[in-house]
Design a protein around this ligand. Structure first.
Ligand SMILES: Nc1ncnc2c1ncn2[C@@H]1O[C@H](COP(=O)(O)OP(=O)(O)OP(=O)(O)O)[C@@H](O)[C@H]1O
Ligand SMILES: [Mg+2]
Length: 358
């Protein structure tokens, strides 16, 4: 059963459509990530859900309760929507103690002082801040402020929690740690969560379902693993950092789902035909492959093609290369092998790793 149901949501700012006819559902207790480049409408969707923005059209239901319906004139106040929000800017209140910050949503709801403190303390323990109750909220680190914001969003036990780039301000190590902790916390407390992020690792790390947005519309959506493994469009492939190369079909491989693609002069590949592909020879197509699926080595092997290292960058455990193959630039990522610019190499790619899109 879905806990959040958004249907045909539309929000315009002047003549700019920030969100255009967006529909998706989030099953109870599951997690969804809204992913996409800056300005694609992620925050606007969250704000519409929270009641902080009035949509121009559509229906929003939370927990079976219709909170917005343009046609019927329903528009519930934010505080009646019973959800928690965590923003990128932690927005902890500097004039309050840590415990007062966390207890605030309970105060607004008229909960008595003793119960407020007890619940705030318990939630602080949950997020790893036991003993911080009476500290001034600004006298803690950025990571701790983010935990305070998290505790404050969860203290009134909302069944839906919205996160807007909530981990973006944390350093890489803390962000990874919080990602794992959030996942555990979400499973333990059982709330339904929507994470807004432009970071794909965060989206795939936190969410069961990923919705990729492009200019106010849904580009692709589905189970996280599927969306990642089989990008359905060039936009998705590029967003996920794949090689996207222009080429021409040289025809389907009879009796298979494969198609042969000419990329450079003599360089061609065989790949899996994506949805809606016309394999007729001569049709322009896009051949996509993950950098990690391109193997660069010193020696030739069966099916490999010769190339030249055009650029390299050292990333610590890995190295990224741009390999020139017959005038075609292909990016590769693999454990550091020490190739340098100008090195003659051999490049191996499996047909199963190429996706050919219209
Ligand atoms: N209050 C506003 N008035 C006018 N335009 C707005 C307003 N809020 C958002 N927009 C525009 O709507 C579009 C979507 O904005 P939104 O904040 O939802 O993007 P986003 O996906 O959250 O981006 P980011 O990753 O940068 O946070 C943008 O083009 C933005 O400039
Ligand atoms: Mg945003």
């Amino acid at each position: 059963m879905s806990f959040v149901d958004i249907a045909h949501l539309t929000k315009r700012f002047g003549d700019h459509t920030a969100v255009g006819n967006v529909s998706f559902q989030v099953p109870q207790g599951s997690t969804l990530a809204l992913l996409g480049p800056s300005g694609c409408g992620k925050t606007t969707i969250l704000r519409c859900l929270a009641g902080l923005e009035t949509p121009d059209g559509g229906i929003i239901e939370i927990g079976g309760n219709r909170v917005f319906d343009k046609v019927r004139g329903v528009d519930l106040m934010p505080e009646k929507r019973e959800l928690g929000i965590v923003f990128q800017s932690y927005a902890v209140w500097p004039h309050m103690t840590v415990a007062e910050n966390v207890a605030f949503p309970l105060k607004v709801r008229g909960v008595g002082a003793a119960e407020r403190l007890a619940k705030a303390s318990k939630m602080l323990e949950t997020v790893g801040l036991k003993g911080f109750e009476s500290r001034s909220a600004t006298l803690v680190s950025g990571g701790q402020q983010q935990r305070i914001a998290l505790a404050r969003a969860l203290v009134h036990e909302p069944r839906l929690v919205l996160f807007d780039e909530a981990l973006s301000n944390l350093d890489a190590q803390l962000r990874e740690q919080m990602r794992l902790e959030l996942r555990l916390l979400q499973e333990r407390l059982g709330f339904t969560a929507i994470y807004v992020t432009h970071d794909q690792a965060e989206a795939f790390g936190l969410a069961d379902t990923v919705v990729l947005m492009n200019q106010g519309r849904i580009e692709t959506a589905g189970p996280a693993r599927e969306v990642f493994a089989r990008p359905s469009s060039a936009f998705a492939a590029r967003f996920f950092g794949m090689n996207v190369l222009e080429g021409r079909s040289a025809g389907a491989v009879e009796g298979t789902d494969r198609v042969v693609v000419t990329l450079g002069g003599r360089f061609g590949i065989e790949g899996v035909a994506g949805q809606g592909l016309d394999p007729t020879a001569g049709t322009p197509v896009l051949a996509c492959i993950r950098k990690e699926s391109v193997r660069v080595s010193r020696d030739a092997e069966k099916g490999s093609v010769p190339g030249t290292i055009a650029a390299m960058s050292f990333l610590g455990v890995a190295e990224e290369y741009i390999v020139d193959i017959d005038g075609v630039s292909l990016r590769a990522m693999q454990p550091a092998a020490g190739f340098r610019r100008g090195d003659a190499v051999h490049v191996a790619m499996a047909a199963a790793d190429w996706i050919v899109l219209p």
